[in-house]
Design a binder for this molecule. Sequence first.
Ligand SMILES: Nc1ncnc2c1ncn2[C@@H]1O[C@H](COP(=O)(O)OP(=O)(O)O)[C@@H](O)[C@H]1O
Ligand SMILES: [Mg+2]
Length: 256
Amino acid sequence: MTAICFDHVSKWYPRYQSLSYGIKSSLLHLSETFRSLKRERVRVLEDVSFRIEKGETVGLIGPNGAGKSTSLALMAGVVEAETGKVVVAGRVSPLLELGAGFHFDLTGAENIVLHGVLLGLTRREVSSKMKAIIDFSELEACIHQPLRTYSSGMIARLGFAIASHLDPEILLIDEILSVGDLAFQLKCNAKIDEFKRQQVTMVLVSHAMDHVQRLCDRVIWLEKGRIVGEGAPSMIVAEYEKSAQLRHVESRPSAA
Ligand SMILES: Nc1ncnc2c1ncn2[C@@H]1O[C@H](COP(=O)(O)OP(=O)(O)O)[C@@H](O)[C@H]1O
Ligand SMILES: [Mg+2]
């Protein structure tokens, strides 16, 4: 059964570059600035098609700006595709990028409730899961402090703890596993293994190729909004690493 299907998906975002002409001149010609902001769009996904089957763990890899987070946002229904079709069958976890969907003036505990309620759980259902989430996150000492006092590692812990305890059918994980400390990474890996056994569908965005190789059944490689490779993790990761190495060599100033 297919859990996620992208059918010729393209996605544009407005380009916020006009201010590079100079803040002052942009402010002096505000209407012109707004008009050009409206007009200019940049394509971040171009004719992307793939299928992810129920129970599969698929890695999304590629350089910064390739469109990985945008693909997850489309899967989560946070943004819509301009052309093509995205079909998702199953309850999607709220976990996107680090801190996305969090409210930084609310406490950790309040954020847990907020996520649960947004996902359609009743307050009672959330309360019944509260202890397990806090225990998993190991943040009991500061769970009643506002989120703005948390480190990025702590936010990653809370994010993974919430997303993994709200009975997701589809779990989206965006560059979050490498932020926590080693002990927490091991705990997340164990949880992911458990989800695999339970046939939870997972899409994992990561720059940690060892994670990708260990956890994923299949890898999709994006470059500039297009799929350039897809297949067995060992093969695609090797090709990706070769291309990154090549780019690194090409970008080095040549020895004169
Ligand atoms: N909300 C947005 N508005 C405008 N441009 C965006 C937005 N989100 C992402 N982009 C642009 O889309 C491109 C792809 O971004 P993203 O999907 O975040 O890439 P990745 O996660 O692979 O690093 C980037 O060039 C980024 O600047
Ligand atoms: Mg990203």
